[in-house]
Design a protein around this ligand. Structure first.
Ligand code: DX5
Ligand code: ZN
Length: 220
């Protein structure tokens, strides 16, 4: 089994020491850096936008995994790509023309993902799964870091895995929200390829060591 990719969420980083935290991630086992953009409309919180993404990109040596929790994301794909997004994930619930939006992301040269809120069934992706590089299963209601994992979402990871296997899609499965050492193994066993971890990484005394432990959770 190939090792899970850990994608630490900078939402839990120290924004006054962002360069320090990005450099810590650069020298860690994390392959991706998860970057949460929130607009205060799609989700009840505002995080940051292009200037902060540009600042992160300037220092990041990892894959910049940008999670767009915004309405009308199509308006901004080019700007996000220009600001350093290697990967863009949009929410199924936030776009009307999903097929078109996926193609528009790819046209920028970035890889494309679709995120599902906890209450949105995996089956809504049936027609577009072959177009996707990533399916993001939200395991909390999006908007804030440090929330409690919603247990029924593990089953959605299994459903996403079954859909991917049945269709021959190359999409990876990412799980986001309340993920840490306590549930990493169960999520990897269910089919997760990428684990986002904000609070679980940045609240520890040695974040780089915690990243390594999450990465190795499947072998324990
Ligand atoms: C929540 C964000 C998450 C968040 C995860 O809306 O999409 O990426 O940063 O944070 P933790 O791991 O603390 O739940
Ligand atoms: Zn996220």
């Amino acid at each position: 089994m190939s090792k899970v990719i850990v994608a630490p969420s900078v939402l839990s980083a120290d924004f006054a020491n962002l360069q320090r935290d990005i450099e810590m991630l650069n020298s860690s086992a994390a392959e991706w850096i998860h970057i949460d953009v929130m607009d205060g409309v799609f989700v009840p919180n505002i995080s940051f936008g292009f200037p902060v993404l540009q600042a992160i990109s300037k220092h990041s040596k990892k894959v910049n995994d940008v999670h767009l929790m915004i309405v009308q994301p199509e308006k901004y794909f080019k700007q996000f790509a220009d600001a350093g997004a290697h990967h863009m994930t949009i929410h199924y619930e936030a776009v009307t023309h999903l097929d078109s939006a996926i193609h528009q992301i790819k046209a920028t040269g970035a890889t494309a993902g679709v995120a599902l809120n906890p209450s949105t069934p995996v089956s809504v992706l049936k027609e577009v799964i072959h177009l996707l590089d990533l399916v993001l299963i939200m395991s909390v209601n999006p908007g804030f870091g440090g929330q409690k994992f919603i247990p029924y979402t593990t089953n959605k990871v299994k459903e996403a895995k079954a859909l991917i296997l049945a269709t021959g899609s190359k999409a990876k499965i990412e799980v986001d929200g309340g993920v840490g050492l306590n549930n990493a193994k169960e999520l990897i066993d269910a089919g997760a390829d990428v684990l986002v971890a904000g609070n679980a990484v940045f609240s520890t005394a040695n974040p780089a060591e915690t990243i390594l432990q999450i990465m190795n959770a499947s072998t324990k």
